[in-house]
Design a protein around this ligand. Structure first.
Ligand SMILES: [Zn+2]
Length: 258
């Protein structure tokens, strides 16, 4: 849980949090001013830390590790998944919030270096990851979870840590003060969306969309009606950014399929 660690003051423009690829991302934590561990306090819907009389809101930061692609991507034209296997990769992301270091959807990639090299560039070792989130239980979003040996793994109904299986509903579960899970079934019965509150607004990491164009009709959806309801549920949160299951992050607009 992320309590006690100091956060970045909003007024420091050098530390604004923008979506970024790790290849170009500075190590924001290395840029932080020296701080002491302090207590956190609820503050207008956020948590805040108080250091030497200054209130710092605790917010998450987001780093894109790698952007995925799906069977409908141009590179798969003419491929059928059988005689001509599809290329499929998950969008993998890093969230940091105080002590919490969260990897979302460590799934299929062409080479594990596509996850590990950006992680290193972001100043994080795999052993430092505290949490892994599975958006759902399709292997293209889970197969590289073991890269993070010390992380709790979260899905829709439990937390898994070594040999400890802790049952809990995901909906509303706070991984840290600024990172929570909500249940959003539709693509599969077990979808969850990770919601992070950042300096740039709310970020939703979700498989409700594969990429910025949807697809409008998810051909693999287990429940298309639930998918539409949960796409709307996410948009109602007015996210500044959506991190889809198989594409680059996008800002939702009126063209975003529901
Ligand atoms: Zn997928």
């Amino acid at each position: 849980m992320a309590t006690g660690e100091s956060a970045v003051p909003r007024q420091d423009s050098n530390l604004r949090h923008r979506p970024e690829t790790a290849n170009t991302a500075p190590d924001r934590h290395a840029s932080r001013p020296p701080t002491r561990t302090v207590h956190t306090y609820p503050l207008i819907g956020y948590f805040a830390s108080i250091q030497e009389g200054v209130i710092y809101p605790v917010v998450a930061t987001f780093t894109l590790l790698t952007a995925g692609y799906d069977p409908l991507a141009p590179r798969n034209v003419g491929r059928d998944g059988r005689d001509q296997p599809w290329h499929v990769a998950s969008t993998v992301a890093l969230l940091r919030d105080g002590d919490a270091i969260v990897v979302v959807d460590p799934g299929m990639v062409a080479d594990r270096k596509l996850i590990l090299d950006p992680l290193t560039a972001a100043g994080v070792t795999p052993g430092q990851a505290t949490d892994v989130v599975f958006s759902h239980h399709h292997p293209d979003h889970t197969v590289n979870a073991a890269l993070f040996p010390n992380a709790r793994c979260h899905d829709f109904w439990a937390i898994y840590y070594n040999d400890i299986w802790t049952v809990r509903p995901a909906d509303g579960f706070q991984i840290s003060s600024s990172i929570r899970l909500i249940e959003t079934p539709g693509h599969s019965p077990q979808d969850i969306t990770t919601i992070a509150e950042t300096d740039e607004g709310t970020i939703a990491l979700t498989h409700m969309w594969w990429h910025t164009d949807g697809p409008a009709e998810d051909p693999f959806a287990s429940d298309p009606d639930a998918l539409r309801i949960n796409r709307r549920k996410i948009l109602d949160l007015q996210p500044a950014l959506i991190v889809p299951g198989h594409g680059v992050p996008f800002a939702p607009s009126e063209n975003t399929p529901v």
